[in-house]
Design a protein around this ligand. Structure first.
Ligand code: HEC
Length: 261
């Protein structure tokens, strides 16, 4: 039998000849500098710009941690909590009659929902090729309306507030770099846990009451405060044996000794 005889070479119709049209990027040379392929050129640029901002914000938040306000004080009825500045406009909206009381759902869900829902219309509004603001009157008008209302509402919410008075009433908690070691095996820890932790915190950092780290009291004074209270701290927080009291005081002092600043 001769080689290759009886064998037929056939083309495979599933494999297209040459590169397919869809894989060749469109030729945009007709519009130099005006437009480009979405993938990958445009998207890559978008991602790069996005990454620059994202990393920038990350660095900023690490370098400038946002300050904490003061400890919440449930007994201070004159302090009115306010949302952060970027939500003041929504807060102000709820003061209008048509957005409060019986119409509160309108103020909470209806109006903000319409405003944000309108963003879905953006691709369908003025979607001609023109980029000038005059060529997109509806989109630009809606944008301006939103901008003006947000600025106006924020302004009318913030202007009457006595910001300095608020800051005085609500002094920020200084960021603490203090590292404490809590020895939960210490016999005094159990006493602390039952008698003091609720107000002074799991790490003596102070929650409803001031911190017990870095205090300047002698063992006798701490024992006295535990039994008799001090200032606004009610008496009889500790009601146990003398030995337990000693362990408790020893525990608090040992935590204070472990402090490295
Ligand atoms: C009901 C909450 C509460 C409990 C429980 C409590 N404390 Fe206090 N403690 C306070 C408050 C409030 C203050 C601040 C008093 C002031 O300065 O007017 C305070 C202050 C102190 C101070 C003085 C701190 C300073 O910097 O002047 C010490 C010490 C202290 N507490 C120890 C203890 C110990 C020990 C226990 C557990 C036996 C305990 N406290 C349980 C509320 C509490």
């Amino acid at each position: 039998m001769q080689r290759g005889k009886g064998m037929k070479f056939v083309g495979d119709s599933r494999i297209k000849q040459g590169p397919t049209a869809s894989r060749i990027p469109k030729d945009y040379s007709e519009y130099p500098g005006r437009t480009e392929a979405f993938w990958p050129n445009f998207l890559l640029k978008e991602w790069l710009a996005g990454a620059v901002f994202l990393i920038g914000f990350l660095i900023l938040t690490l370098a400038q941690p946002s300050p904490l306000g003061g400890l919440a004080d449930p007994t201070n009825a004159s302090f009115i909590p306010l949302p952060d500045w970027y939500f003041l406009f929504l807060y102000e909206l709820l003061k209008y009659e048509f957005a409060s009381g019986n119409y509160i759902i309108l103020g909470m869900l209806g109006l903000p929902g319409i405003a944000f829902g309108a963003l879905f219309l953006a691709p369908f509004l003025d979607n001609g090729p023109g980029r000038r603001p005059q060529q997109r009157p509806i989109a630009v008008g809606m944008m301006l309306l939103a901008l003006v209302s947000v600025i106006w509402l924020t302004y009318s919410s913030a202007a009457p507030v006595d910001w300095e008075g608020r800051a005085e009433m609500d002094p920020p908690v200084p960021p603490s770099d203090v590292q404490v070691e809590i020895d939960t095996e210490h016999p005094g820890y159990a006493v602390y846990e039952t008698s003091c932790l609720a107000c002074h915190g799991a790490e003596l950092e102070g929650t409803a009451a001031p911190t017990l780290v870095g205090i300047d009291y002698s063992a006798e004074e701490i024992a006295d405060i535990s039994v008799n209270g001090i200032g606004t701290m009610p008496p009889d927080q500790f009601t146990g044996s003398d030995e337990e009291l000693e362990q408790l005081v020893d525990f608090i002092l040992s935590v204070n000794e472990s402090v490295e600043e």
